[in-house]
Every structure is written in C-alpha cells, then in structure tokens.
Design a protein around this ligand. Structure first.
Ligand SMILES: NC(=O)c1ccc[n+]([C@@H]2O[C@H](COP(=O)([O-])OP(=O)(O)OC[C@H]3O[C@@H](n4cnc5c(N)ncnc54)[C@H](O)[C@@H]3O)[C@@H](O)[C@H]2O)c1
Length: 444
C-alpha cells in the first residue's frame, strides 16, 4: 500500500459551468438528470459503469470506480453556463435533436431552469455563428471581470460548495502561441489592451482560474494550453485538462493504431473523412475553425506509431482528415476510414471502417467523467495539467517538455494507476515480479 494523499470529501453541491449550451452539453445534462432519476443508464461513463482491479488477480477485488474513489454524487450536480443564444437547455436540446422528444419532454421542468448567461463572444473566432446573447464590455479584462461576477453569483445562488468549468462551446479559429500568451503578466496586459490573440475561450479559462475553479477544454482551441494560463493554474493550485474530447473517429484511431503497431504491421496511408450536419459541423465548415480541428485530429497517429523509431513501417504514411458539413445527417455523424496496411514481405491489405455514430451520445459520458475527476483532482490537491485524464482527449495537454501519450491502452493504465495511488493502493503494471521469479526458477 502507498501512503494516501488527503482527499477532501465531496460534500455539498458541485456546480458545473459550461460555456456552450449546445448539443454536447444538453445531452450531458439531460442524460445525467435522467440517470439520477433512474430513467436511463450512464453508458459510456467509466466513473459510473467501470470497475477497477485492485491488488493481485487472486484477490478478486474489482469495485465500481464511483464506489472506490470519493466522487461527487450525480444527485449533487447543478448545471449552468453561457451561450450566444438565449435558449434554455430544454429548447437547445430540442433544437440539437440528439435525444428523443419524449425523454426531453419528461425532463422539461428541470432543463428549462437552466438558462444561459450572456456569453463572451467574438465573431472573429467563430465565423459561421451569429448570436446576440452576448456581453458588451469594451475591454477583454472587463469581460473577464463580468465572467468572474457570473461565477460568484452562480455559486451563491445555487448554494454550491465547489464548481468546475468545462468548455463545450464551438471550436475557435486556429491560433498559434504568441508572446501575449507567454506569462501571466503579458496575458493580463493583453486583456487590458484587447490583444487580438486572446480568444473568448481564454477569457473564460482566465476567469475560472482566478476563481480557483478547475477548467477542462473539450474543444481543440488553445484556450488553457498556453504558458500564462498553465502558470496561473499552478499559482492558484487549480487543476486543468484538455483538449478536444476523444469520441468517434479518433477513438477508433487510438484503438486500432496501437493494435496494428503492436503486431509490427506497416501503414502506407490512413484516409479519414466525416459528414455531419449539426451546428458543430456548420462551425467546422469554416476553414479556420477546421484547421484547429485538423491539427488536433492529425497529431494522434504520429505519436502512436513513432515513425522516427519505426521508419520501415510508418515513415511514408500519408494521413488525411476531412470533415464535410452535410445538414441531413444532423448529429448522426458518419465517418469512413480507409487504411492501407502492409504485412510480411510488404504485401498490401486494406481495412475499411464505416462508423455511424452519434457524436453527442459519445461525448456526454466523457463530459460527466471529466467534471467528476477534475473535481476529485481539486479535492486531492492536484494542480496544473492533469495528464492522467489524457484518456479522454484527442490532443492531450502535457507539460511542454513531454510528448503526449495517445495510445488509449497506455492512457488507461495511467488513469487507473492514478486512482489507485490516490486511494493508497498498489500500482498495477501487469508485470508481477513473482511471476518471472517463478519462471526463472523453473529454468535454473
Ligand atoms: N460531439 C463530439 O463528439 C465532440 C468531440 C470533440 C469535441 N467536440 C467539441 O465540443 C464542442 C461542442 O460541440 P457541440 O456538438 O455541442 O456543438 P454545438 O454547436 O451544438 O454547441 C456549441 C454551442 O456553443 C455556443 N457558443 C459558441 N461560442 C460561444 C462562446 N464564446 N461562449 C458561449 N457559447 C458559445 C454556440 O452558440 C452553441 O450553442 C465543439 O467545439 C466541438 O468541436 C465535440
């Protein structure tokens, strides 16, 4: 057994603040309310459905994760957020068209009470959307102050003990790190002077961190992945995580990629295309927003396959990702992958995947797990980037000097061992020393 960190109990209400009351967030809220009223099961949620092995295999200890670690109860979650449209969560969920109208109707009273606050929005960062439920302050620092006031009012009005914030708003246009993002000082000066390289999502993240509220980024925007905000999270003792929920096609890629590599099978090309017709698809139809998503989706394979270590297998791999907006599909995304692989003596083969998925149905449990685990991290005194939550992201945020781990199986080991560590259990490496000692004894 390890010495166990001191974890504060999850007492009282946990407020979940979400910029973006759209398809993902309303599917998450409605699903959580349904699950806590026994109207549905939180399928896909590791915290609610998953078990974790503890100790030796012979001990047969496999508790449900939510029984093992002290997570907030679903009954204690309170929801709020911001959007550029004034629709409440019931109206937004009806428009998103993910969940059945009958289910939404039965949750109408609770969902209608979730009314978005006015958003911090700049059309330069999301070009295909036009809403006017926005704040009108003149400087970015004033906007941040307004968000801080929103956060404080929400906490008091809903009698919350703790809060977390998770970005589920539209993908912003592609941005590179620039000098204004380097230090807390340069960032705050940039807020005062309306620096054009500070995006709305960064203003939300700044406001959250100033209030000591953990921040999770579900989209591929830079947001909290800049030195100034990473330093602020450290300084404020607040955990952060991102970026870009790992759901449909990338989930498949991080399952299949490590499998092919494990058997030392080569890959010539991996062509991935998607059609989707929800508002996310409409935003990604803009080239600048697509670029942010493309970078996030492309980063995965290189890190898994390590072409620099295995040049004969992966050096010349051609990787292409396309997203096409096709309104009739709604939230039912369709993705195709064509994978050209080669085996023994270079003989060529093909794999085709046609995944007819529901984007928000895959994302909702990821949101639930992330808010519960980042709150756990906060109560356990863990600050800064939470790499153990990489499991949930397409483009995991890691310390500047480290390469992110994309292999979902390695991510899962890290995730589970972090939970074991937090609860004072032995870490499991799946390499029991006694096994090898016994085998070597037989050989001797
Ligand atoms: N669904 C998935 O599987 C998945 C996976 C990975 C990432 N994501 C990301 O999650 C985000 C949400 O996806 P969605 O399908 O719910 O999209 P959506 O378009 O249905 O919802 C996004 C909402 O954000 C609002 N918004 C835009 N800018 C805002 C701002 N500055 N402040 C407050 N609200 C703002 C929009 O009005 C919209 O209602 C997107 O960035 C998407 O790329 C989704």
């Amino acid at each position: 057994m390890n010495s166990q960190p001191n974890i504060k109990k999850p007492e009282g209400k946990l407020g979940i603040l979400i910029p973006g009351i759209g398809a993902v967030s309303t599917t998450f809220m409605a699903g959580t309310i349904a699950a806590r009223n026994n109207m549905g099961q939180a399928i896909g949620s590791i915290s609610q459905m998953g078990r974790i092995r503890l100790g030796k295999r012979t001990e047969n200890r496999n508790p449900i994760i939510s029984d093992f670690v002290p997570l907030a109860s679903l009954n204690d979650l309170v929801f709020g957020g911001w959007d550029i449209f004034p629709d409440n969560a019931y109206q937004a969920a009806m428009k998103a068209g993910v969940l059945e109208k009958r289910l939404l109707h039965s949750l109408k009273d609770e969902l209608s009470k979730i009314v978005p606050m006015r958003a911090v929005f700049d059309p330069k960062f999301v070009k295909n959307l036009h809403g006017d439920h926005t704040k009108n302050q003149t400087s970015k620092m004033e906007l941040a102050a307004e968000l801080i006031a929103d956060i404080q009012h929400f906490k008091a009005d809903n009698n919350c003990n703790r809060l977390v914030m998770i970005w589920a708003a539209s993908t912003e246009v592609y941005l590179e790190i620039s000098p204004v993002h380097y230090t807390i000082k340069s960032f705050e000066k940039g807020l005062q002077e309306n620096d054009p390289s500070i995006s709305p999502s960064m203003i939300y993240a700044y406001a959250a961190l100033k209030c000591k509220v953990p921040f999770v980024n579900g989209a591929p925007n830079l947001t909290v992945d800049i030195p100034a905000l990473i330093d602020l999270a450290q300084q404020q003792n607040v955990p952060i995580a991102g970026k870009d929920f790992k759901t449909g096609q990338t989930l498949m890629k991080t399952i299949l990629g490590p499998g092919l590599k494990t058997r030392m099978l080569g890959i010539d090309g991996w062509f991935s295309t998607n059609i989707l017709g929800n508002r996310d698809g409409e935003v990604l139809d803009n080239a600048d927003s697509f670029k942010t998503k493309e970078v996030s989706k492309l980063s995965v394979l290189d890190s898994i396959l390590e072409p620099e270590l295995y040049p004969d297998l992966y050096r010349d791999m051609y990787h292409k990702v396309r997203i096409n907006y096709y309104p009739p599909k709604g939230d039912d995304k369709e993705s195709w992958d064509n994978i050209d692989i080669f085996g023994w003596l270079g003989y060529k083969m093909q794999i085709k995947i046609n995944f007819l998925c529901k984007d928000s149905i895959l994302a909702a449990p990821v949101v639930l797990d992330l808010v519960l685990f980042i709150d756990l991290a906060q109560r356990a005194g863990m600050k800064g980037i939470q790499e153990w939550l990489s499991f949930y992201f397409k483009s995991p945020q890691t310390a500047a000097e480290l390469r992110p781990i994309h292999d979902i199986f390695l991510q899962k080991i890290k995730f589970e061992n972090t939970l074991r560590y937090l609860m004072g259990e032995d870490l499991i490496t799946h390499l029991g020393l006694d096994y090898y000692e016994e085998k070597c004894e037989l050989v001797k």
